[in-house]
Design a protein around this ligand. Sequence first.
Ligand SMILES: [Zn+2]
Length: 244
Amino acid sequence: MSIKTDALMIRVTKVGEADRFVTALTRDLGLVRASAKGAQKAKSKNNAATSLLAYSKITLIESHEKYVITEAQPERLFYSFGSDISSLALAQYFCEIAGVLCPWDEPAEFSLRLLLNSLHFLTEGQKDPRLLKAVTELRLLAEAGYMPNLTACAACGEDSSPLYFSPVKGTLLCEQCTPPSGDICLAPATLEAMRHILSCPLEKIFQFSVSDDVLAQLAHVTESFLLCQLNRGFKTLDFYHSIH
Ligand SMILES: [Zn+2]
């Protein structure tokens, strides 16, 4: 059976001299592992379209529970970050977390569009990378079912600040309910930004601005939440931090 969809290449490995094996985030099938015969050759028409961070229209054939990319037409190549190694590192981190958080074998249109938007803004260089990172982390987590409860104190229902966020539990506690020392005392603007990211339609999700301090806290909170929920580290994230 042949399937036409569009896809972002989030992991690409060489197989022998000529072939490639890719993990792609597709609109209709979510994450898919597929081989691309001959795509490694410079002259292959599928070479650019199946390279890392390429967004392409692809045709897949499923045979023996494996996918093969028979055709790939590049729509946009996101690897032209020039000398900005920091943006490239962040883009690769987005790919790595998408590979963990997005579903296999079911549609993933929202997550794909979110990722494409993040990469677009990252490439344009007009939005703070910490904002893009926070939005991508928190909303991909929520889409994958890791939805924090940011309504009010989980113990008593108090909803005025200061409220403390637990990256482990994904809940808030107020000061009277004695939050553990690892919980993060959220600036009101940080909490507001997190609520915005979780509830906003994609078209407006990147449209907020906060002070530098709030942005630093937001980036810290969403990263802590991601690392605690997934209980693992990411090489691409370590690399991103190592060049800062
Ligand atoms: Zn409370």
